[in-house]
Ligand binder design. Structure first.
Ligand SMILES: [Zn+2]
Length: 153
């Protein structure tokens, strides 16, 4: 059998396809001519990648997954959509901007000199920051963090 990068990719796609059709790893192994273990390994690797990928909840474009956590799925917005979603909660804005900057919670905590536990609470909309941490967060993430003109209706 010819092996090489392209072939591996094709085989991998086929493994995922068959798995999504409901075949067991043993059946997939038989069909694609791989070992059982190879199939399991491939499926595992694909799942890990999926768990890391994050997409915009409005337009579905892929967002930099650096710093994303499983609980961030379905909440983050890309910057273009964030600009079009003034009703996004503070937590959603914070999360979206943090990911857009490629920062983990710890990175942001360090750079903005805000407690990581407090950041978690802001991101999950349990609390909103007081003025000082807010100013520090805006310094790192930019003004998009705050929506001006609220209550101007
Ligand atoms: Zn988007």
């Amino acid at each position: 059998m010819v092996s090489g990068r392209k072939t591996d990719l094709e085989r991998r796609r086929r493994v995922v396809e068959l798995y999504e059709q409901g075949l067991s790893p043993a059946e997939i192994a038989r069909q694609v001519g791989m070992s059982d273990q190879g199939v399991r390994y491939t499926l595992n690797a694909v799942q890990k990648e999926k768990a890391r990928s994050v997409s915009c909840r409005r337009c579905k474009v892929a967002i930099n997954p650096t710093g994303a956590l499983p609980r961030n799925h379905g909440r983050a917005l890309c910057l273009a959509c964030l600009a079009k979603t003034p009703e996004a909660s503070f937590g959603d804005r914070l999360l979206s901007l943090r990911l857009a900057h490629g920062l983990t919670v710890m990175d942001l905590a360090r750079r903005a000199e805000v407690d990581a536990g407090a950041l978690y609470e802001y991101e999950t909309d349990k609390h909103e920051p007081t003025w000082q941490p807010l100013v520090r967060l805006v310094r790192v993430l930019g003004q998009e963090l705050v929506v001006f003109g609220e209550g101007q209706r």
